[in-house]
Design a protein around this ligand. Structure first.
Ligand SMILES: *[C@@H]1O[C@H](CO)[C@@H](O)[C@H](O)[C@H]1NC(C)=O
Length: 417
């Protein structure tokens, strides 16, 4: 009973804080649990949460807190008593068109760290806090966003713009960048990012990219306990465009289940999906003054997590258009003349590699083929794990015309099917 009252006091206390005008709130000290809450109190609260859960499962008409669903009780506790070393809760933002996710923090902590609150979370007692950072700023938050200063107004670029991302603790091994929005000037006719470009330094290899990367992601590996990574967005101050970016940055602990294997710039954790080259455009438009899309000087790996019960993978060209595999050669000719090429003698400049790949030549025979280029992609299967796709492009578009890159679908197949 006394325990229940303690819980009520904690919950109510925090809710009240949320209704006080911002300037009256004295920011709380940083959220390290050891500083704010005596260890004993944390343990007591945990036991209380457990007891609360037992009560609400055994007795449907349990006391005054039955409005809290079971998991909201434990969520509320993780907001009130953040444990250092554990990742904070991720929450969905509400009343907001720009960001889809934030971190669930106490209202006072969101203010203290200068985040912006978008709705409630954590059983209603936390605020879904977004950390939007701009040129020249620094962040060390679990999740933050690197955003353009205005969302999409047609203007000249602003030159060099950097965001410094420091690890939030000494156990960070990886960062995931999600390009929730990303539209800057694309490559020139030789597929080079000359006017605008984006790059990351301080971690594992990432290619220099430009154009449209909306919906894409990248993983960057770092040494735990090391320095920051720096995200550089460089936009041409002599060319005008409605540029826009919102790059979500998530810090991944060394022992996190969300950590992707090393060597995978992109990692897909589904049984089926779609992989696009960077700046593969939705509309197959040849933008005047720019190349059609393929970026030069790429050399990276894409990994598919092999799922239990599934034994191989089928890769297909997305059937949406004839241009979904235009990697090398002339794609300005009528699409009936598009040709598929494979092998190390035919594909030397721009190509993709699927280790262990084979192509069915008829119902009973298969032909091994791992390296593909040209303007058409055959159906390719592989059972070689880990499932990877390597993307290689050289430094020019010599002999190539209107190459867009690729959009390939993968499907993991059940064993014995
Ligand atoms: C992949 O998905 C599984 C199941 O949802 C999850 O347990 C695992 O942590 C995910 N792995 C990564 C690296 O995201």
């Amino acid at each position: 009973m006394l325990g229940s009252m303690l819980l009520v006091t904690l919950l109510v206390g925090s809710v009240t804080a949320g209704t006080v005008p911002a300037e009256e709130i004295k920011p709380a000290a940083p959220a390290a649990a050891d500083v704010l809450v005596p260890r004993g109190a944390y343990e007591a609260a945990r036991q209380l949460a457990a007891e609360q859960q037992r009560q609400s499962t055994s007795d449907s008409s349990s006391g005054g807190l039955s409005w809290l669903r079971q998991n909201s009780v434990s969520e509320a506790f993780s907001v009130l008593f953040p444990v250092s070393g554990l990742d904070p809760l991720i929450c969905k933002t509400t009343n907001d068109d720009n960001y889809n996710a934030g971190i669930c923090l106490r209202v006072t902590d969101c203010l203290y760290y200068r985040g912006e609150s978008f709705g409630a979370c954590g059983g209603g007692i936390g605020s879904c806090c977004v950390f939007a950072k701009k040129c020249g700023e620094t962040t060390d938050m679990f999740i933050s966003h690197f955003v353009s200063s205005t969302f999409s107004s047609v203007d000249k670029g602003s030159g060099e713009c950097k965001l410094t991302v420091n690890p939030m603790n000494s156990n960070i091994c990886q960062y995931r960048l999600d390009f929730d929005a990303f539209s800057i000037i694309g490559p020139d006719a030789s597929s080079n990012c000359v006017d605008d470009f984006f790059g990351v330094t301080g971690g594992s290899y990432t290619p220099k990219v430009c154009g449209d990367l909306t919906g894409q992601h990248m993983y960057i590996n770092v040494k735990p306990g090391g320095g920051p990574i720096v995200l550089t967005m460089d936009t041409s101050s002599v060319r005008t465009m409605g540029r826009k970016w919102d790059i979500k940055i998530t810090q991944i602990s060394c022992n996190s289940p969300d950590r992707a294997p090393a060597g995978c710039l992109q990692f897909f954790n589904e049984t089926s999906g779609s992989v696009k080259s960077f700046n593969f455009r939705r509309q197959n438009a040849f933008i005047a003054g720019e190349g059609p899309g393929e970026l030069q000087n790429m050399n990276y790996g894409v990994c598919i997590n092999s799922k239990v019960g599934y034994c191989d993978v089928t890769w297909n060209q997305n059937p949406r258009s004839d241009f979904t595999f235009t990697i090398s050669g002339d794609a300005s000719v009528p699409s009936e003349q598009f040709t598929s090429k494979s092998g190390t003698t035919e594909c030397t400049s721009d190509f993709i590699t699927i280790p262990g790949g084979y192509v069915e030549t008829d119902a009973r025979t298969t032909r091994p083929a791992e390296r593909f280029c040209g303007t058409k992609f055959p159906e390719v299967k592989t059972a070689s794990q880990p499932y990877t796709l390597h993307v290689v492009t050289d430094v020019d578009e010599e002999g190539d015309k209107e190459n867009f890159g690729f959009e390939l679908n993968f499907r993991q197949n059940l064993c014995n099917s």
